[in-house]
Design a binder for this molecule. Structure first.
Ligand code: GLU
Length: 304
């Protein structure tokens, strides 16, 4: 399918609302990003790229990194990972502490911050440099050697990471963090600060649309069953505490970040990424959510 005319139509239709919503400010460095960006890319499994707007402008991937860090940890750890983190939607904000006490330091899922801190802890145990391991993994997935993090964003988040530090200490008190809190936070903030374009992210996520095999290199990243499981987690937990509404509106497995990016997959067809930094209340990109909703409406394709 030629997705270019569809993306052109989406871009045209959304122009009046791009910039509506609020750029995340709790990480000071993100506050300086213009809300007026909009880029979208669809990379089909045959390699065809359709894109519009700022699709090639790098942005802070933030929680989108949680999907790739999880994949890397799952590749190495397998099902034993689920002893330390659950697989249920949290029904709470991504940075909430409340469930951790009731649930003995086991985060509800790997896409809330507490869950991602546990995943980072696993990667810190297994790599000399966890953030570089995730960045290199992303590089292999999209065919680039230069994927890296933005040190200013990493430092800006690290300096304001009291809430994530509280979660990490709390989980450590329950024995669910093996490394030093400071080390895990350093790696976590750097991983969130990885910078990539929508086109590269659409390429990187395409392995999940291709039953776990990287369509560009042929590498088997996950077996088909594990790829199905990662995609199921995206659908149920990937778009903050709005995952139900997002599935209702869009109907695709997706993972969003507070930098305004959202990756999604259409199984058997393509990887997708949209970026627009102004967020709705839920933390998902306002124009990005609308763009994905229009995409499934106009193509008539979704997982349902
Ligand atoms: N680095 C962000 C944080 O920990 C990630 C949040 C997000 O994108 O959901 O708060």
């Amino acid at each position: 399918m030629n997705y270019q005319p569809i993306l052109d139509r989406i871009h045209g239709a959304l122009k009046p609302v791009i910039g509506q919503g609020k750029v995340a400010t709790y990480i000071p460095e993100l506050a300086s990003v213009s809300p007026d960006h909009f880029g979208m890319a669809v990379v089909s499994l045959d390699g065809t790229v359709a894109s519009v707007g700022d699709a090639d402008v790098p942005f802070s991937i933030q929680s989108i990194s949680k999907l790739f860090a999880l994949t890397l940890a799952f590749q190495r750890e397998g099902d034993s990972l689920w002893a330390r983190v659950g697989r249920e939607p949290s029904g709470n904000p991504f940075n909430s502490l409340v469930q951790l006490e009731r649930e003995s330091g086991i985060p509800r899922n790997p896409f809330i911050n507490a869950g991602a801190l546990v995943v980072t802890d696993i990667l810190v145990s297994r790599n000399t440099n966890a953030e570089i391991a995730t960045a290199n993994f992303l590089g292999r997935l999209c065919g680039r050697s230069n994927v890296t993090y933005d040190p200013r964003v990493a430092q800006s988040e690290r300096q304001t990471s009291s809430r994530n530090a509280a979660m990490a200490h709390f989980m450590k008190s329950f024995g669910n963090l093996n490394n030093k809190v400071g080390e895990v936070l350093d790696a976590y903030c750097r991983t969130c600060a990885i910078s990539m374009s929508a086109t590269d992210l659409a390429r990187a996520v395409a392995f999940l649309a291709n039953r776990g095999t990287n369509p560009w290199s042929g590498e088997k990243v996950l077996d088909a069953s594990s790829a199905k499981r990662m995609s199921a987690l995206m659908l149920t937990c990937g778009t903050y505490d709005a995952a139900g509404d997002f599935a209702y509106r869009v109907g695709l497995p997706a993972k969003s970040g507070v930098g305004g990016g959202i990756v999604a997959i259409l199984p058997g067809e393509c990887g997708i990424c949209v970026w627009s930094p102004a967020l709705e209340e839920t933390g998902n990109s306002y124009a990005g959510s609308l763009a994905l909703e229009m995409f499934t409406t106009l193509t008539g394709k979704s997982i349902f």
